[in-house]
Design a protein around this ligand. Structure first.
Ligand SMILES: C[S@@+](CC[C@H](N)C(=O)[O-])C[C@H]1O[C@@H](n2cnc3c(N)ncnc32)[C@H](O)[C@@H]1O
Length: 239
């Protein structure tokens, strides 16, 4: 299994840095099967630039957390969600394992630091955690999803995430990022099927509610510790 080493993210960091300077920066995701998919790096600078689902998920997070709560943004990228939350008075610990990506986030004013979710001490307690832009995919393989959720469940009673459901057993892809002729290292990126998420969340003591936005392929999920009563959904959250 290939983890997304920091250098795999170098093209992402460069595209974000150029987008920050106002340059149009098309980032390409290349899969091992040869298929490619292009996104504008600008989308990863705006809190809700990539999907409408992101707004719905952040609204859910804000509705369920105490004002000023400490939040963990895992795989924060350019820190677009961390900035949005910090501006609303939350104390955000935004982590990303790529130093180059963190540099961009910090230049944009996000409270970001270099850290991996796997090295964060479990004693840290957060009001909520977010893994957006399919940051949950950083696990790389389905086998590593239960340990990630168990770890998060030890640190926080609430997790919001998004992913894409390609069906059970079809979500693991090898990807390399390309930007302006430069390619990063190949890494495994997981897209988690809804049923796989539910199965992995159960042993971690997490209940899953899905959140859908019309005409968007990614789905959202709100994971809450079974022992913590969860308030009524404020948007289109459903069990
Ligand atoms: C697809 S990007 C999503 C960025 C951001 N959440 C967003 O929506 O704009 C995934 C990010 O996860 C980071 N990452 C990968 N493995 C990680 C790990 N083990 N711990 C923390 N961050 C990691 C990558 O460097 C990358 O910036």
């Amino acid at each position: 299994m290939l983890s997304p080493a920091a250098d795999a993210m170098a093209p992402f960091a460069r595209a974000l840095a150029d987008a920050q300077k106002g340059q149009r920066s098309a980032l390409r995701f290349r899969r091992r099967d040869g298929s490619t998919h292009e996104v504008a790096a600008q989308d990863f600078l705006q809190p809700f630039g990539y999907t409408r689902l992101e707004r719905a998920l952040l609204d859910e997070l804000l509705a369920r957390c105490h004002p000023g709560a400490r939040l963990l943004d895992v795989g924060c990228g350019a820190g677009r969600h961390a900035r949005h939350l910090a501006e609303r008075g939350f104390e955000v610990d935004a982590i990303d394992q790529s130093p180059e990506v963190v540099d961009v986030a910090r230049r944009l004013g996000a409270p970001a630091r270099v850290a991996s979710i796997w090295s964060l001490p479990l004693k840290h307690e957060y009001g909520g955690a977010l893994l957006l832009g399919n940051s949950v995919g950083l696990v790389g393989s389905l086998a590593r999803l239960p340990p990630l959720l168990a770890r998060l469940s030890r640190m926080t009673p609430l997790v919001v995430l998004d992913s894409v459901d390609y069906g059970e057993g079809h979500g693991q892809v090898q990807v390399c990022l390309e930007y302006r002729g430069e390619s990063g290292a190949w890494f495994d990126w997981l897209h988690v099927a809804r049923s796989e998420l539910r199965a992995a969340a159960k042993p971690a003591g997490l209940r899953v509610q899905f959140l859908e936005v019309e005409d968007e392929e990614p789905y959202g999920a709100i994971l809450s510790r079974e022992t913590i009563p969860s308030p009524l959904p404020t948007s289109k959250a459903r069990r």
